[in-house]
Design a protein around this ligand. Structure first.
Ligand code: SAH
Length: 381
């Protein structure tokens, strides 16, 4: 388990309450003035509002926070991705320098574990030019502290498009699920955009735009919800165009499904439990499930070759997580060995309500790359 101080721990509950009220006030005033806002705008404001946004104001990770991600569960996750990246670099023809880009690095744990594992492949390690794409100033500072010694040579950016050109290996864990989506609900009138408005008592409530969106395909039954992950698809296209024109691959890992499917996947999580996404804007994490079919299609449209999606458990096993766990256990105390076993199960188990099956892994690659490690050769499309 990764440790580390929580960066927002100094905020007293009473001050936090004021923060919630201020943001809710602002949203209420905005909606009163401009009318109901789209789910996309609501999600973007809740997560990224420059003063009150969820990621802007805190480090939400770990047992004491709101949720735990794979790199925070075990060092094995980032280490194996480091070895994946080293092998991809070899398949790329070992370019030097190579841009190693992480999107939404959180606490910097994945990158820290990745770089440590990369040091076992000296020429790869020497070729690395590390770029982090992160919008949260609080998390950027945490990443700077975590990556300590290597931080001198690391550059931060607000978007992938800012990363200097050149062959690249791009990694993103639980990033696409934080990008805002539009939602439409099938009504008698057709697909109407789902909006966030105000009830008579001033509370935030979901509603529908009066006019249907005519550019959406027909189909669905009244009450069905259709999600349009505009930002995730734009990001996928940016990554795909980049690896197709300049070489390399992108590894996308997220909670998701293979569509097409109707359904409302918008969810809020606070202190490791589901919450009402409208109840405390800016105080709960808001995510969506990623439709990997659409992400893969967007990448292919740009000329990239797509590998997967495969279940996270299969991917990590193919990279050798079991052998890595045994190696770590051989040097561990009894208690630590049990923790490593627990982490292994949490990351790979498909029978529990665990990450092994719910999380999926997709690679977007230059057509000449070949099959990256962790993906079955027969699946290339
Ligand atoms: N990859 C990390 C953190 C996942 S949480 C882990 O696995 O632990 C999502 C991360 O994406 C956070 O670091 C958040 O600040 C960042 N983020 C969210 N929206 C972003 C955006 N539009 N651009 C850049 N970073 C973003």
């Amino acid at each position: 388990m990764a440790g580390g101080a929580r960066l927002h721990a100094a905020t007293a509950p009473s001050e936090r309450r004021v923060g919630v009220t201020a943001f809710l006030d602002e949203l209420q005033r905005m909606i009163a003035l401009e009318g109901p806002i789209s789910v996309e705008r609501y999600m973007a404001l809740c997560l990224g509002h420059p003063v009150h946004g969820y990621y802007v104001t805190r480090d939400p990770f770990g047992a004491g926070g709101d949720f735990t991600t794979a790199p925070e569960i075990s060092q094995m996750f980032g280490e194996l991705i480091g070895l994946w990246a080293a092998e991809v670099w070899r398949l790329m023809g070992a370019p030097a320098p190579v841009r190693l880009v992480e999107l939404g690095p959180g606490r910097g744990t994945l990158m820290s574990d990745l770089l440590r594992a990369a040091r076992t492949v000296a020429d790869f390690s020497d070729a690395l030019d590390v770029h982090l794409v992160e919008t949260s100033p609080v998390l950027r500072e945490g990443q700077r502290q975590k990556l300590g010694g290597s931080a001198g040579s690391i550059a931060w950016h607000a978007a992938l498009s800012e990363v200097p050109p050149g062959p690249a290996i791009i990694v993103a864990n639980e990033f696409l699920d934080a990008l805002p989506i539009r939602q439409f609900m099938r009504s008698e009138r057709g697909w109407c955009e789902r909006l966030v408005g105000l009830a008579d008592n001033g509370r935030l409530v979901f509603g529908l735009a009066p006019e249907p969106e005519t550019r959406l395909p027909a189909g669905g039954r009244p009450g069905d919800i259709l999600e349009l992950p505009r930002a995730a698809l734009d990001l996928t296209r940016d990554a795909a165009e980049r690896v197709v024109t300049q070489g390399g691959a992108a590894l996308l890992i997220d909670y998701g499904y293979c569509g097409p499917a109707f359904g409302d996947t918008l969810q809020a999580v606070k202190r490791h439990a589901f919450a009402d996404p409208l109840a405390e804007p800016g105080e709960a994490d808001i995510t969506v499930h990623v439709d990997f079919t659409r992400v893969a299609a967007a990448a292919r449209e740009c000329g990239a070759v797509v590998h997967g999606p495969v279940a996270q458990g299969d991917f990590l096993r193919a990279l050798g997580i079991e052998a890595r766990a045994r190696a770590l256990q051989a040097r561990a105390s009894e208690g630590q060995a049990a923790d490593i076993e627990g982490a292994l199960r949490r990351l790979t188990d498909e029978t529990l309500d665990a990450m092994g099956a719910l999380f999926k892994v997709l690679a977007i690659a230059h057509p000449g790359l070949g099959v990256p490690p962790g993906f079955p050769a027969g699946q290339v499309r």
